[in-house]
Design a protein. Sequence first.
Length: 105
Amino acid sequence: MEDALKRLLDAEARADAIIDEANRERERLINEALQAAREAEARFEERREDIRAPFIREAEARAEQAIAELLRKSEERSRSLREQAARHEQEAIAAALSLLLDPRH
């Protein structure tokens, strides 16, 4: 019976040692993973501007195109309004002359 008890105690001691080693290994793996994550985050932060730059350039190009299109449309609208104003001015002058020259109207 003492042999069996001694074997059980030895087995328990070995199991405790295995558990302790497994816990140390788990902590080591966690620390390595955390360090790798910190390094990856640092690399990302270093490259963030390089990653964003093409998107910013594309957005600026689209904004410039939109501005150019709006300016073109604005100029077309201004030209159309000036033409309409000139036509209406001529019509108003003709109507005023007609009234002045022929008061019966």
